[in-house]
Design a protein around this ligand. Structure first.
Ligand code: FES
Ligand SMILES: [Fe+2]
Length: 396
């Protein structure tokens, strides 16, 4: 994809002279994943006052995407739902995570993530969302409890089969802040260690008390990292969202928030002369009532929490150029009436549309040899992009 000529051309056209000889040598080897790894490490190691974005092929190259699938995307914790989407025993919803069909189900004790693949010959057991005390396979009627144990396999006589010990594979789950996280890894990384510091940041909002009012799924034709970066930087707010967000969260008031081993954050502050939007949790301080706190839990959750509103996007990478987005909106107590909630949903639909339009256009351009990556703005505007880059470099 790249050669010495095109690198020189890039430099001529862009005026960028930020790469060392070693780095440009790395670029010349094109899609070699080994070289891209080294380039990522070099970028993450740049001085704090000179951050630089990833080149386009980090977002478009199938080989690099495969590398991610075998690394951070394979082992990570994914936010799949809000816990109050499954309030009663037997409530379930189905989804696919990194190619694995899953049933997220509340049994008598907790929410479990079960494989949605029948242990007989592999039929998906259930689709969509609902409530059931058992899952009956639509093919030969093997029946499983909500804990995944096989309850019945009619007419099955086989000397090598032990029905009593047969159960659906189960994946690790964890509930934090009212979100349900799932990891496909046999030995998942320590979620609490990854989130060290996030609790201090968002616990004052009492996030587990928010109640869900909306969920929707759509597919965006963009790389999953572009969506993380876009959601997590305030630099674009006033440009991309002049009507929808600028009045409340102008770029100029964006401030970097804390980051930790597996998360980053920033504050989208409201101008002081506009009223706060709901009181939120008791004890929430005035500053917190006058801003939205945006945070990312790597690899694939981005969210915005404010006094009365919580919006979270769960990302399900589908390939280098596509990501399924499941987004939810939750509200705090009775702060907002139905009409206001409907207006907030409509607003976020529009905000998502504005972001999606930009990201889908950018995804095309990132295929260009001239998509070499560019300088990132300071901490308050794109410091979170640098945090994400640093995290990714640590994973790959
Ligand atoms: S595939 Fe499920 S019972 Fe046969
Ligand atoms: Fe945006």
């Amino acid at each position: 994809m790249f050669n010495a000529h095109s690198i020189r051309a890039v430099r001529r056209h862009t005026g960028y002279r930020v790469m060392s000889k070693a780095q440009s040598k790395v670029m010349m080897s094109g899609t070699d994943v080994q070289a891209m790894r080294a380039e990522l490490q070099a970028l993450a190691g740049r001085p704090e006052d000179a951050p630089w974005g990833l080149a386009g092929r980090f977002y478009t190259d199938p080989a690099f995407f495969e590398e991610e699938c075998n690394g951070p995307l394979a082992d990570g914790w994914y936010c799949l739902a809000r816990a109050d989407e499954l309030p009663h025993a037997g409530d379930f919803l189905t989804l696919e995570l990194m190619g694995e069909p899953l049933i997220l189900v509340r049994d008598d004790t907790r929410i479990r993530a079960l494989s949605n693949v029948c242990r007989h010959r592999g039929m998906p057991l259930v689709q969509g969302q609902g409530n059931s005390s058992r899952f009956v396979c639509p093919y030969h009627a093997w029946t499983y409890g909500t804990d995944g144990a096989l309850m019945r396999a009619a007419r099955m006589k086989n000397a090598d089969f032990d029905a009593a010990s047969c159960r659906l594979p189960e994946f690790e789950t964890a509930e934090r802040f009212g979100f349900v996280y799932v990891s496909l890894a046999a030995n998942p990384p320590d979620l609490d260690a990854a989130l060290t510091g996030l609790g201090d940041l968002i616990s004052p909002y009492a996030p587990e008390a928010y109640r869900i009012v909306h969920a929707a799924t759509e597919v965006w034709q963009t790389n999953w990292k572009c969506l993380v970066e876009n959601f997590m930087e305030g630099y674009h707010l006033s440009v991309v969202h002049p009507e929808t967000l600028h009045g409340y969260t102008p770029t100029g008031l964006s401030r970097k928030g804390p980051n930790g081993p597996g998360f980053t954050s920033y504050f989208a502050n409201y101008p002081r002369d506009i009223p706060s939007r709901g009181m939120g949790a008791p004890g929430l301080d005035d500053d917190a009532r006058h801003r939205s706190t945006l945070f990312a839990v790597f690899p694939a959750q981005v969210a915005s929490i404010a006094a009365s509103l919580l919006v979270s996007l769960s990302l399900f990478p589908q390939g280098p150029g596509a990501v399924r987005v499941r987004w939810t909106m939750s509200v705090h107590g009775d702060d907002l009436d139905d009409e206001t909630i409907a207006a907030r949903i409509a607003l976020w639909e529009e905000v998502n549309r504005e972001d999606r339009e930009k990201l889908e256009a950018m995804q095309q351009a990132l295929n260009s040899v001239h998509a070499t990556g560019g300088p990132l703005a300071g901490d308050d505007y794109e410091g979170t992009v640098r945090d994400f880059q640093t995290w990714l470099a640590g994973q790959i």
